[in-house]
Design a protein around this ligand. Structure first.
Ligand code: ZN
Ligand code: ZN
Length: 210
């Protein structure tokens, strides 16, 4: 017999075996609860930082106007009609469209003149060129389809390659749009990020998607 007491609750403990038994009977659920509490606190903290970061991206940028949102909606509708349901859904429901760069874009810069996406915050910045340079809604749909790949977590190589493979399905072809600024710049970026798509034909220099 010893005069030990439980450090946690002060109950008298008789011997070593009793200590273990006491712990497993009386404190096992406490331990589970405290682990659960720690996990919960950690994820709450992570959630809170994401929320604060999202809020700061929104606070440091301006929203698009109502008229611009209608232009965006027309392009999204086109994406949905052409069979890209998942992309249309994230572009319509998850994305928050901004007109000016937030602190993140100002910090890291952006390669593309038309748009930029901050994943996983689903903030899409649409630059003035997005509204003025494309010749029609099909071209704006092409740009938004690229941003949709980012909204779904894809990087630049996959985003450019996926759009290049999807261009016919969207109605964006060399015959209808081969002369436009958007075509030239998207082709140039795609050649850089996905060179394999341009190694077809007899000379190995033709567009594999034509
Ligand atoms: Zn105890
Ligand atoms: Zn991109």
């Amino acid at each position: 017999m010893t005069d030990a007491t439980c450090k946690r609750c002060g109950d008298a403990l008789t011997d070593h075996q009793a200590t273990d038994k006491h712990r497993s009977d009386k404190h096992r659920s406490d331990e589970h609860r405290s682990v659960a509490k720690r996990v919960l606190a950690t994820s709450a903290l992570a959630g809170l930082s994401l929320l604060l970061c999202y809020a700061s991206l929104i606070r440091t940028s301006d929203p698009i106007t109502f008229a611009q949102r209608q232009t965006v909606n027309r392009a999204i509708d086109l994406i949905g009609q052409k069979g890209f349901a998942r992309e249309a859904f994230v572009l319509h429901s998850a994305a928050n469209y901004r007109l000016t760069d937030n602190w993140w874009n100002r910090w890291v810069g952006h390669a593309d003149a038309y748009a930029a996406t901050n994943f996983p915050f689903e903030v899409v910045t649409l630059y003035p060129d997005f509204f003025s340079v494309p010749i029609d809604d099909v071209e704006r749909a092409i740009i938004l389809l690229h941003e949709a790949r980012h909204l779904l977590g894809k990087g630049e190589p996959a985003a450019f390659a996926d759009v290049w493979r999807s261009k016919k399905q969207l109605g964006w072809t060399i015959d209808t749009h081969g002369h436009t600024h958007v075509w030239k710049s998207v082709r140039e970026f795609t050649t850089h990020y996905a060179p394999k798509l341009f190694q077809c034909g007899l000379e190995g220099q033709a567009d594999c998607m034509e």
